[in-house]
Design a protein around this ligand. Structure first.
Ligand SMILES: Cc1cc2nc3c(=O)[nH]c(=O)nc-3n(C[C@H](O)[C@H](O)[C@H](O)COP(=O)(O)OP(=O)(O)OC[C@H]3O[C@@H](n4cnc5c(N)ncnc54)[C@H](O)[C@@H]3O)c2cc1C
Length: 429
């Protein structure tokens, strides 16, 4: 082939990129293209995305190529560029959301009409969604059998970055928006930061994962989720390099959860909108309760700490996500869609399968085999934040309280100045 366009979406890397690797192996010229799509609201992720694009452009330039950037409808821009560079084909990574699948269908029609070859590649998950099917079903509804099948199936080999990329001269690169000063200082977007974090994690974090991953204050998880979200690092590479090491299996099981929700979202595209398993819940329409939850002012310290971590960092510990989501849906009885929207606005790692799959799991409408499970935030806090360090870090009003009171300030005589009274009573739970 002479020229291939690689349409990049949320796979912003050069290492272990099946579509890019195949294009470089088959074609004389390759055009890595990213289209800034006004149809996608990047919300709190804009700065991270722009950093990732700048980093990718630098990597592609080092290989002799460039990142070609356009704004508008990705299908129209791809076809326009294909005509300009006289491309023979378009390669892209397959994705699962309803929006991505519509884009793929439109791209397929547009390519067919112009006799352009369209090829879809794996790379967004470890095991492609849809590759594993239970007997008599189109997808796995329960995690454990999925995990068993997932560990038995062979995983594709991890691919190196291409040696070189040759851009056709007609492909004018286009301007990238300057990355705004990131509000979330600690996590910089891009493959360079992702690879640094992965190396650091494998060397220093992974071995302690099984014992430490639920420790709210300890920062003992990988924090790779925003990088996986934007494909700055490939989940296959993370899995391949973790397996066989101390802590590896427990950690890789989490990557399997990610794959699990991707195959759920593929089979049930309404995951962000409708109960996966319908339950008749009498939801509370009280907007004030939801607002207090968003602001971290519910009066339940561990819930407020989680919500304030989210607002400050664009990230929240998994245990805190479970506690805050359970509190909203089970105690305040606010609909899971309201909570999920707020997470989708602020999380750097928010994506459709993981966010909505987890929200429905916690709300009891999703894939949990025990849909009536309700987390007691006080018991959870005492267990996973025994010294109150997490709460004190994010709720300064409580910083001076001793560990014995920090999770239940309502038991102290008198109110803690400036701190909210609990919205609902938590005794007898
Ligand atoms: C209500 C709720 C909403 C969530 N929304 C998202 C979301 O939008 N995006 C997202 O990536 N994760 C989401 N999670 C899952 C999980 O909380 C995060 O993946 C994790 O906290 C990210 O931190 P980490 O990278 O340090 O995770 P680690 O513990 O280091 O795990 C490694 C990777 O495994 C994957 N993973 C871990 N736990 C889960 C899980 N429960 N479900 C799916 N994948 C998982 C992630 O890709 C993560 O980066 C949500 C969980 C809950 C309870």
């Amino acid at each position: 082939m002479d020229t291939v366009i690689v349409l990049l979406t949320r796979d912003l890397r050069v290492n272990d990129h099946p579509a890019l690797a195949e294009a470089c192996a088959l074609a004389r010229s390759v055009v890595p293209l990213f289209v800034l799509d006004p149809g996608i609201r990047a919300r709190g992720r804009q700065g991270f995305l722009h950093e990732a694009l700048h980093d990718l452009r630098s990597s592609l330039r080092r290989l002799g190529g460039d990142l070609v950037v356009r704004s508008g409808d990705p299908v129209e821009e791809t076809i326009r560029l294909a005509a300009l560079v006289r491309a023979d084909g378009v390669f892209t990574s397959a994705d699962v959301s309803a929006y991505a699948r519509r884009r793929e269908r439109r791209l397929a029609e547009a390519c067919a009409a112009r006799r352009l070859l369209l090829r879809l590649f794996p790379g967004v998950t470890v095991v492609p969604p849809g590759a594993l099917r239970p007997a008599g079903g189109d997808h796995y509804r329960v995690f454990t059998p999925y995990w068993r099948a997932w560990t038995r199936i062979g995983h594709r080999p991890v691919l190196p970055a291409p040696d070189a990329i040759r851009l056709p001269p007609e492909a004018e690169p286009g301007e990238l928006p300057a990355p705004p000063r990131p509000p979330h200082g600690s996590l910089r977007g891009g493959e360079t930061a992702a690879r640094w974090r992965l190396e650091h994690w494998l060397a220093l974090g992974l071995a302690g994962y099984a014992a430490g991953h639920d420790d709210l204050a300890g920062q003992k998880t990988s924090m790779l989720s925003p990088y996986l979200r934007f494909g700055c690092v490939s989940p296959s590479e993370v899995a391949a390099r973790s397996l066989g090491r101390c802590g590896g299996e427990e950690f890789v099981r989490q990557l399997c959860w990610r794959d699990f929700y991707y195959q759920v979202a593929l089979a049930f595209p309404d995951l962000p909108r409708r109960d996966y398993r319908e339950r008749k819940v009498d939801w509370n329409g009280d907007g004030d309760a939801a607002q207090a939850w968003r602001e971290g002012m519910t009066g339940v310290p561990v819930v407020d700490a989680g919500m304030r971590q989210l607002a400050a960092e664009g990230w929240m510990h998994n245990r805190a996500r479970m506690i805050t989501a359970s509190y909203l849906t089970r105690r305040l009885r606010v609909h899971w869609r309201i909570g999920g929207e707020h997470f989708a606005d602020l999380l750097l790692d928010a994506d459709i399968p993981d966010n909505w799959g987890n929200w429905q799991w916690v709300a009891g409408t999703g894939n949990d085999t025990r849909p009536n499970r309700v987390l007691n935030p006080v018991r959870q806090a005492k267990r996973f934040d025994p010294e109150g360090e997490y709460v004190r870090r994010y709720v300064p009003e409580l910083a001076g309280l001793p560990a014995a009171s920090v999770h239940e300030p309502w038991k102290l005589p008198g109110r803690v100045p400036g701190y909210a009274a609990p919205l609902v009573a938590l005794d007898n739970v």
